[in-house]
Structure formats: structure tokens, C-alpha cells
Design a protein. Structure first.
Length: 354
């Protein structure tokens, strides 16, 4: 099936999937030898922008993709071998690109198995699927689709418990939950289901809750996403506000803002935003947040050499990559000139720097 989106959005999406997904490789962020890559970090860095933090395809990118990203929570038909092949080579007719140039075969296996045991566990187990159905029929009204419970008392009793909370995970053993579902909980609206459900069904719904709703969500962003790996040299910038805005590009380069604008919209706007406001569609995944180019602190301190240096070498402790790993000096000058003319010195004629 073809994309049903504009050429601009296609470029934006491909950039999101290709360039930003490949930052760890492009910016020299490989894990040190002898240290195993974290599969949850691999998923966050390469997959979550489209498939979502919960693997259900509910990401900000999904509205721009046709077909939408795969919902792993319902993808029980996918075999492990098929997933490894798709992650390696991509899937024609979709936005799913191949990652064989960015991930090693071992990393592809790691992320595949992480997806299967984290997001596909219910879809792959008929008994847990039965538990999911029973939960929807008997529990969802009070405890919610995600097990989040209710803040309101039900029938004058205590509010329904938040089954996804850290406290619930610490306190509720499987045996205690089976007993509660079977006999109910005194002083609460939790009724006993022992007269309505057979013991195997009660065990199935409890195991569904424990497998799908009580799993802690991994919080990964910024440097934590890369297990503390560095993202390039420290950012060289103008030393103080009021920088000399007449300084030229280094090495006698002349930036082409028109060409740089095309590159920016395809590869930088996903984080920094089309308006330079740091509100790109991928920005909410990132901590620390992307640089805001329209911030007075930036526009007063970043001249052409500073922007060029930041673009070329990346920034320590952030997800800003070192673009000199993949771009020529001229291409870096082009996008730097666009940022300078569009955000630092708006109103200048779009073209080559003097």
C-alpha cells in the first residue's frame, strides 16, 4: 500500500525513521566493548517513535502513516523469524525501514525478543487472550482498560484499585489476587466471581492483569536511553550574549540557506520544530528537550560559527548527534545558514551567506 501523505510529510517521516532512529550509530554512541546493549533502550531509540512506548502503535507519528505502525499487542500471527527479517530488511509498502546498517544482528535479535516478551506476550498466549476477554467483560468498568482504577468511590465503597501502580505491584501476589477475584474484598465494591467463573478462568484473568497491566513502564530518554554513552564533543558556542553576527562560516564555507532549509525540514524539524520552537513530533520523547532556536538566549549567542560547530559535533548529554559523521562540510554549512537566517536573523533574504 502506498503512502497517502504529502511529499513533505514523507520526507519528515523518513527522516524520523531513518536519521533520528540511527543517531546512536551515527553519533558514535555504541556501547563500550564488553557491555551488552539494553533491549529496552534499543526499542526506545529505534522503534518507539512509531510503535509507541507500549508497543500498541499509539504514537504521535501514526496519524502521518498509512498504513499505520504495527500494534504489537495484537500481532500474534507474527513469528520471531518474520520479525527478525522485517527489522533487518524493512517492509515494502510501509514506513518500516530496514535497520541492518544501524543495528548488528545480535541487537536485532535483542529488540525482537524484547518486543515479543514485553508487548506480544498476551497475543502469543491463548490462555492470556481468554483472560483479556474476561477482564473486558467483568473488570474493565471499575479498573479501567489499563488497570488504572478509579478515583471515585463505587456504591459508597472504596475506589477501584489502581492495579498498574507500583504499590499494587509490590503488594499483590498472584495468590492474593486469585483469592480476591474468587471471594471478593470486604469493605470494597470488589465482588467475588467464584460463583460465575471457573477456577481456570479466574487464574487466566489474574495472569492477564499481571502480564499486561502490572508491568512497569520503562522510562528512557536522553542520555539514559544510551546507557550513559556520550553523543559527541561538548558544544562549542559563542562565549557570551551579543555574539558577532557578522562572523562567516569556518573554513571559508558559504552556506546555501535554500538547500539547508530542505534538509532542515526533512531531518531537523522532527525535533526542533518547523518553527524552531522545539515542538517537533519527536520532541516529547527527548530529555533534555531539543534546542529552541527562537529563544532570545539562542538568537543572541549563536552566530554562524557556533551553529556550524553545534551541528557538526553534536552536544554532550543530549540526543543531538554529530552530523559530521554523515554530512559533508558544505551540507552542514547549508543547514547552519538556514537556521541562522530563519531563526537568528529572520528577515534576511534566503540564499547563500556572504
Amino acid at each position: 500500500m502506498p503512502f497517502l501523505i504529502s511529499p513533505f510529510r514523507i520526507a519528515l517521516v523518513l527522516a524520523m525513521l531513518g536519521f533520528f532512529g540511527s543517531f546512536p550509530a551515527l553519533a558514535g554512541e555504541r556501547v563500550a566493548k564488553g557491555t551488552e546493549s539494553r533491549p529496552d533502550a534499543l526499542y526506545h531509540n529505534y522503534c518507539s517513535v512509531c510503535h509507541g512506548d507500549r508497543g500498541d502503535g499509539r504514537s504521535r507519528a501514526r496519524n502521518s502513516l498509512n498504513p499505520p505502525p504495527r500494534d504489537f499487542t495484537t500481532a500474534g500471527e507474527l513469528t520471531r523469524e518474520a520479525m527478525i527479517t522485517i527489522i533487518t530488511h524493512g517492509k515494502p509498502g510501509t514506513a518500516m525501514v530496514g535497520w541492518k546498517t544501524q543495528l548488528s544482528p545480535a541487537e536485532i535479535v535483542l529488540v525482537t525478543d524484547y518486543i515479543r516478551r514485553t508487548f506480544m506476550i498476551v497475543a502469543l498466549d491463548p490462555r492470556l487472550q481468554r483472560g483479556k476477554t474476561l477482564y473486558a467483560q467483568n473488570c474493565i468498568t471499575c479498573h479501567g482498560a489499563q488497570g488504572q482504577g478509579s478515583e471515585l468511590a463505587i456504591g459508597g465503597s472504596k475506589p477501584a484499585r489502581d492495579l498498574a501502580s507500583p504499590q499494587a505491584r509490590a503488594e499483590l501476589t498472584r495468590e492474593r489476587m486469585i483469592a480476591s477475584v474468587t471471594m471478593g474484598r470486604p469493605g470494597s465494591a470488589m465482588a467475588g466471581f467464584g460463583s460465575r467463573l471457573q477456577a481456570p478462568d479466574i487464574e487466566a484473568v489474574v495472569d492477564y492483569v499481571r502480564s499486561a497491566l502490572m508491568v512497569p513502564q520503562t522510562e528512557i530518554s536522553g542520555t539514559s536511553a544510551h546507557a550513559g554513552r556520550k553523543t559527541g564533543a561538548a558544544l562549542p558556542a559563542a562565549k557570551s550574549s551579543g555574539a558577532d553576527m557578522k562572523q562567516p562560516m569556518p573554513n571559508s564555507l558559504k552556506g546555501d540557506a535554500v538547500a539547508g532549509g530542505r534538509f532542515y525540514m526533512a531531518n531537523c524539524a522532527t525535533c526542533h520544530g518547523a518553527k524552531g520552537d522545539g515542538q517537533g513530533p519527536r520532541a516529547y520523547f527527548i530529555n533534555p528537550k531539543p534546542r529552541i532556536f527562537i529563544d532570545p538566549a539562542f538568537t543572541s549567542a549563536f552566530n554562524r560559527p557556533a551553529i556550524y560547530a553545534a551541528t557538526a559535533t553534536g552536544r554532550l548529554g543530549t540526543e543531538m548527534p554529530a552530523w559530521n559523521k554523515v554530512l559533508s562540510n558544505q551540507e552542514i554549512a547549508n543547514v547552519s545558514e538556514f537556521v541562522f537566517q530563519r531563526f537568528v536573523m529572520p528577515g534576511q533574504k534566503q540564499g547563500k551567506s556572504k
